[in-house]
Design a protein around this ligand. Structure first.
Ligand SMILES: [Zn+2]
Length: 270
């Protein structure tokens, strides 16, 4: 009798519970080592890689090791990874009287940038850089900017001069311009847009920072489009597929790699 009562109690307990599970599918695990480079996707990360470059510790000592944590993760991926720095990647989160104080002045940013340069291959020659990718007969020029913190006038001047010279001397089929903070109304953006106006090829601008998806047409001819992708954090692991073809750039919907959102025609297809 006692056993029956216990069983009934257990059953009622079971019936009262919800059942929760996670459904996942199509994980497409890919061991990339040894595979022909043409078949391996590259990764482009447009910044705020870290929550912060460093923190105040409980004892008053500085807590380092954030960048090194990402470096350890990045080493697990044999796919080429190109990074842009965001505001948080050069910030020191301090505390004063129990309140958060963010330090991202020029000395802090300069120190952090030096560390990033020493730690990641893509930053070897600086935290802004360029590289090329071929798709058939088309050449895509990637220009990666460092606009997370633009308070140092000399840093800004040097970077804009570099971009102007890069685009003046290059004849790629199209440009992919990557940066953390999207082009907007600020002085840095205005200067970049002015440089882009002197560049007669299509351009895809990729950015993050706002944690939201967005597509903004910058100009119709040549076609220049800014695309923002929502943050990878927050449980949704947002990422966006981009395919560079000889005839155009296909941009897909965030987290829907089979659903194109726009195509930027390039080359003869323009
Ligand atoms: Zn940011």
């Amino acid at each position: 009798m006692k056993l029956c009562a216990l069983f009934a109690l257990l059953c009622s307990f079971c019936l009262a519970q919800s059942v929760e599970f996670v459904h996942l599918t199509d994980t497409h695990v890919m061991q990339m080592e040894g595979i022909h480079p043409a078949l391996v996707p590259l990764f482009l990360h447009t910044g705020d890689i870290l929550e912060a470059f460093r923190y105040d510790g409980e004892s008053g000592a500085v807590v380092h090791g954030q960048m090194e944590r990402f470096q350890a993760l990045q080493k697990l991926s044999p796919a080429p990874m190109y990074l842009a720095l965001g505001n948080r990647d050069v910030s020191w989160y301090r505390q004063a009287a129990g309140k958060q104080v963010v330090v991202r002045d020029a000395p802090m940013a300069a120190e952090a940038r030096t560390a990033w340069r020493g730690a990641f291959e893509c930053f070897r020659n600086g935290t802004w850089y360029s590289f090329e990718q071929r798709a058939g007969a088309a050449t895509y020029l990637f220009a990666v900017l460092d606009n997370g913190v633009t308070t140092d006038p000399e840093f800004v001047r040097a970077q804009l001069a570099w971009l102007r010279k890069l685009l003046a001397g290059a004849r790629p089929t199209a440009l992919v311009l990557a940066m953390h903070i999207p082009l907007g109304d600020d002085a840095f953006s205005q200067a970049v847009e002015e440089i882009l106006r002197g560049f007669a090829r299509p351009a895809l601008v990729l950015a993050g920072h706002r944690h939201t998806d967005g597509v903004e047409e910058i100009s119709a001819s040549p076609r220049r489009v800014q695309v923002r992708t929502a943050s990878f954090t927050g449980g949704k692991s947002c990422s966006r597929r981009v395919v560079l073809r000889p005839e155009g750039i296909d941009v897909y919907t965030t987290n829907e790699p089979d659903k194109p959102v726009l195509t930027v025609p390039v080359g003869d297809a323009r």
